[in-house]
Design a protein around this ligand. Structure first.
Ligand SMILES: [Zn+2]
Length: 330
């Protein structure tokens, strides 16, 4: 097996250990953060209004320590462009705690692209991703371990198709796996996979994130038939699918023999600027978001799956063995 790049350097895939494949240190709009830095604290503290990297780092460090106490060794960090990817911050947290953080490259958008990308071909965008994979991210020697793209409510628009083709071409050129954010309610995954196929991507290196937002087993099996991994990765986001239905769906898929194709995660953001403090509180009060932290999988998902009959072997497959297989292809 080859090595896996983390923000503190390459490691032996066997060293990944228990891995949550989809958790964010922060989700913060980088344009807003630059133009109105004082305004992006939001869900963090009523005051001071300005939340700098120190505070974000401090909160992420605490979250990392709590994960390590629970036996989790590694997270996949799918923050890329438009989620304020910051490998300096990631490295700081990894060095301070020992949590292994696997970074990515890509563009997180549901349609909008800046003119820089609108006027360029997928191959030119792929060049940027390949740079992150082969040279390093943001002027550091930290290399991206996977590629990220997204399709959501607007569907696979021309801009989204362009990003998918760019990601696919970078994958073909470098052998790097892909994580594609999907929107099951809009059935985006089949078209996303089709684009990857057209570009010649090895589908066994593709992970369709947020597949666990639906309990439609037929829809999920149609995706699985393509040979991809799926992310059962938003436990706690009740607004898309309640916890109990997410657990029942994973158990049903385990029964059908899909342990080797599923990842368990929460897509939890230690800090996020999507909602103001008051709006964030309202979501929680309304039960639309519940226990949505990095601790969700060890604290609630694993016990619930065990209670539902999942075996230790199946849990180990989903939480330990799948990550090295997806990341290295071996
Ligand atoms: Zn995410």
């Amino acid at each position: 097996m080859g090595t896996v790049e983390t923000v503190t350097g390459p490691i032996d895939p066997a060293e990944l250990g228990t891995t949550l494949i989809h958790e964010h240190l922060q989700s913060r709009d980088e344009a807003v953060a630059v133009q109105w830095p004082y305004a992006t604290s939001l869900a963090l503290d009523p005051e001071p209004a300005e939340i700098g990297l120190d505070r974000i780092g401090e909160l992420a460090t605490t979250a990392a320590e709590q994960l390590l106490e629970r036996g989790v060794k590694t997270i996949g960090e799918p923050s890329c462009m438009f989620l304020n990817r910051d490998v300096g911050l990631m490295r700081h947290v990894a060095e301070a705690t020992g949590l292994q953080i696997v970074p990515c490259t890509g563009i997180y958008t549901y349609d909008h692209l800046p003119p820089y990308f609108v006027s360029r071909e997928p191959g030119e965008i792929a060049d940027l991703f390949v740079h992150d994979i082969e040279q390093g991210i943001q002027g550091t020697d930290v290399k991206a371990s996977f590629l990220k793209c997204a399709a959501d409510e607007p569907g696979v628009t021309p801009n989204i198709e362009k990003v998918h083709r760019a990601v696919a071409q970078a994958s073909v050129r470098t052998g790097t796996p892909i994580m594609a954010h999907s929107r099951p309610a809009r059935e985006t995954a089949p078209r996303q996979i089709e684009i990857f196929e057209e570009e010649g991507v090895d589908l066994s290196r593709v992970q369709i994130a947020h597949t666990g937002d639906t309990d439609d087993l037929d829809h999920i099996e149609r995706i699985l038939e393509k040979g991809v991994f799926i992310g059962m990765d938003r436990f706690g986001l009740e607004m898309f699918l309640p916890f109990d239905k997410r657990i029942a769906t994973v158990l049903a898929l385990l029964e059908r023999g899909y342990a080797e194709r599923m990842f368990l995660s929460a897509d939890a953001c230690v800090t996020i600027d999507w909602y103001g403090l008051e709006a964030g509180k309202q979501l929680a009060d309304a039960g639309l978001v519940k226990d949505w932290t990095w601790n969700m999988v060890p604290d609630r998902v694993v016990p619930a799956l065990k209670e539902g009959g999942a075996t230790d072997d199946q849990l180990e497959t989903m939480l330990v063995s799948n990550a090295p297989r997806w990341l290295t292809g071996e």
